[in-house]
Design a protein around this ligand. Sequence first.
Ligand SMILES: [Zn+2]
Length: 255
Amino acid sequence: MSTDPTDTPKIVTVGEGFQVRVAVDNIAWIDLGEYALVVDALEQPQLEAEVFAAIRSALGDRPVKYVLNTHPHGDHTALNAAFRRRFGAEIINQRTSRLPPQGRWFEGPRRRVLMLPTPGCHTDADCCVWVPDDRALFVGDIFGWGLIPTGNLDAATARLLVDTYARLIEFDAATVIPGHGPLCTTAELKRWVEYFRWLIDRVSQACAAGESDRQITKQVAPPQDMRSWWRFLLWKHEDSLGTVLQAVRAARLKA
Ligand SMILES: [Zn+2]
């Protein structure tokens, strides 16, 4: 029996006028007072009617002035065109807009929102979105419930990942909104960094001891406390372990 929490999309209220539709792909709408903004725009254009109805029922006829994409991948941008058509919304991501390194604030009478470039973890165009009044942080695909967000892991990207996570943890968000799957908190961000470091140490030691890939894959088991993480046992731990093993064997993690 499946207990995947994303089997049924769920609308979670983070604050008044601030909701996330939590599913495999997440989208949020946030009321800033005179206008609303949306964070991420899903993969399936056929969800347009459902999403627009949910926004209307939460925010009335507040216009959606901006759509912020945490990064311009297809699973975060499908409804961009629909928001442009319906509201004349401006699409903001690191391809369409020039974002200063210290980020761009969107302000309204009700709350303000910061879009902050944090490039190089998942794509060269990653951004986070911080909503200080609600202590909510969108991290895009930088946090993937145990997944290492980059395909080309080396010493420089490992360092960048740890540094970027330190910046994200510093926000001390009460609600963390990943690009995909259930919401979490700053505790999971901290736990992931420990896991990442542990994987690298553990795999490096095993390789140095001359163990085979098969032995390592068997021995480096998913940590007990992370077994309930979304799809972690299904494939994420295995994927992350494989990424680290490849990088260690190729000596790419040597500084
Ligand atoms: Zn994604």
